[in-house]
Design a protein around this ligand. Structure first.
Ligand code: NAP
Length: 506
């Protein structure tokens, strides 16, 4: 079923001679299928076709696009075990996770479909004329939102379905009326091709214009760079590392016509644990955090990489308990040998900084498996060393022992922007938390009380984003229905005859 070809609209194309294979990290061996990188001519053909498709697609009704999104979800489901098996072979993630992530992907698509059918998602505004207003008459003004144009989507390696080919960026852009060109992730090119097939089938079944969706393979940065530079591309959705997101953001802004690039990137997701919580429930929280840090081999953008607490006996007990519990959890396979090697390098770099002490015993693990670990450092050392503030993508967390509350607040204030921040406290301490809540709110996009940051619900009240570098624009979310707002722009119609107005303004 996997051909390795690109999709330029509904046409399969493989003119290039750069061929690559994905890796099965469990077996530490290449998968059987090959993918062929898109050539510059194929990239240009895809953007040209997307531009043509945009002229028709932007005129489709909300109901027509809703039918398209539902059809994509149905076609993904119809791929059945074939999709799940390829997903597992390309990611090392277990079958249960594959099924769950597929469910989430279909749910996202169907949620956007439902929103389109429900009507006023554009939040239109109508101010009728007041011809006899003094001293000047007021004109009839009506504001709606229109799609930006073709959108390029870069997915991340750690969500081969939900943040990839038909993930939240694609679903929200298609819902808005924007054609999508996916720059397929080289670590799950086979999964991407299967999902692309489902999208193309759905487009054909629901009569969408050819070019509403294309999928281009790549085994390096060139395809993505060319796409972001293409004048026919009008916006970009990116999920991945800070390094990649920032590089593409700079390219998008250097273009003669700069375009918005919404990058959702890495984060260390600070967790503040109070003295009361450590004293009363330290064991319980050590258990919960051993689970959260190691969930999915720590390969979540919301993984808790930093635990902040004021020194106390309770903190000493918590540290010991977390270090003991975390090494008892079975090690799991990481997504790719490169991710494993980046994890080992960064973990070792952080662990070897002045003042950092490893708390957990080193684990012996198989080739691409993650050796989970926790370490500690003083608040002073943390404040002085920016290397300790970086994301270690994997099951690693650094405990920072703060001298007092003032130091804890200073650390929060000096943190870079984060996707999430968590506070763990007892009810009896609520009145003492105001400053921590205030300071943390300035640094994060989602603030959690007495829980773990891993797990991102898909619903309108979810915000998944945060101050830079968690994302490039903290005003928007990448998850949930409001993600559609990234792909539309406002337009006002003044004194327009009803016949010429868009449907929602009539
Ligand atoms: P990545 O290495 O940044 O790759 C993401 C995509 O961007 C790939 O298709 C990659 O293509 C491309 N890319 C990277 N650098 C590029 C550059 N300089 N120019 C052009 N294209 C470039 O990230 P990843 O390893 O897939 O994902 C893990 C990261 O994603 C972690 O940091 C994690 O925290 C983050 N993440 C964030 C969220 C969120 O919602 N905030 C969700 C999931 C993951 P090539 O591989 O071909 O270079």
């Amino acid at each position: 079923m996997i051909t390795g070809q690109n999709f330029i609209g509904s046409k399969r194309s493989a003119k290039g001679d750069v061929v690559f294979r994905t890796i099965n990290p469990e077996l530490n061996a290449h998968n059987d299928w090959e993918s062929i990188e898109a050539t510059t001519a194929e990239i240009d053909e895809a953007t040209e076709l997307a531009w043509k498709a945009f002229k028709e697609y932007r005129k489709t009704s909300d109901h027509e696009r809703a039918d398209f999104l539902d059809a994509i979800a149905d076609e993904i489901e119809l791929l059945g075990d074939t999709l799940l098996n390829v997903y597992c072979k390309e990611s090392g993630l277990p079958q249960g996770r594959a099924t769950g992530e597929r469910g989430r992907t279909m749910f996202q698509l169907r949620s956007f479909a439902e929103m389109l059918r429900n009507g006023n998602w554009r939040d239109v505004a109508i101010d009728e004329a007041i011809p006899d207003r003094k001293p000047l008459p007021k004109a009839d003004l009506r504001k709606t939102y229109i799609p930006l144009g073709p959108v390029v989507v870069f997915g991340s390696s750690n969500f081969p379905l939900a943040y990839s080919t038909a993930g939240g960026d694609t679903a929200s852009a298609l819902a808005a009326g924007c054609p999508v060109i996916v720059k397929s992730h080289p670590m799950h090119a086979g999964t991407g091709e299967l999902v692309a097939m489902a999208i193309i089938k759905a487009a054909e079944k629901t009569g969408m214009p050819n070019g509403v969706f294309s999928n281009l393979n790549s085994n390096g940065i060139e395809v993505g760079v060319r796409l972001v530079n293409d004048p026919k591309v009008k916006a970009v959705g990116f999920t991945g590392s800070i390094k990649g997101g920032r590089a593409l953001f700079d390219i998008a802004n250097r273009r003669p016509e700069p375009i918005p690039l919404f990058a959702e990137m890495g984060s260390i997701n600070p967790v503040v644990i109070t003295e009361g919580a450590l004293k009363e429930n330290g064991e319980k929280w050590a258990e919960a955090y051993a689970g959260s840090i190691t969930l999915g081999a720590g390969q979540f953008c919301t993984n808790p990489g930093l635990i902040l607490a004021i020194e106390s006996d309770g903190l000493d007990k918590f540290k010991r308990s977390l270090a003991e519990k975390i090494v008892k959890i079975d090690a799991t396979c990481m997504l790719h040998p490169n991710i494993k090697s980046a994890y080992s390098t960064l973990k070792n770099e952080v662990s070897s900084q002045v003042g950092v002490k490893s708390l957990s015993i080193p684990l012996e693990v198989e080739a691409n498996y993650a050796d989970q670990a926790v370490a500690e450092v003083s608040g002073d050392a943390f404040l002085q060393n920016p290397k300790l503030h970086q994301e270690v993508f994997g099951p690693f967390s650094l405990i920072v022992k703060c001298a007092n509350e003032q130091q804890l607040l200073t650390i929060i204030e000096q943190l870079e922007g984060q996707l999430t921040g968590t506070i763990i406290a007892e009810d009896s301490e609520l009145s003492e938390l105001t400053d921590i809540v205030d300071e943390l709110s300035q640094r994060v996009g989602r603030i959690i009380f007495n829980g773990v940051p891993t797990g991102v619900e898909v619903c309108p009240s979810m915000n998944h984003g945060g101050p830079y570098p968690a994302s490039t624009d903290a005003r928007f979310t990448a998850v949930g229905l409001h993600a559609i707002k990234r792909w539309i722009r406002p337009i006002s119609y003044q004194s327009f005859p009803g016949k010429l107005l868009p449907e929602e303004l009539k």
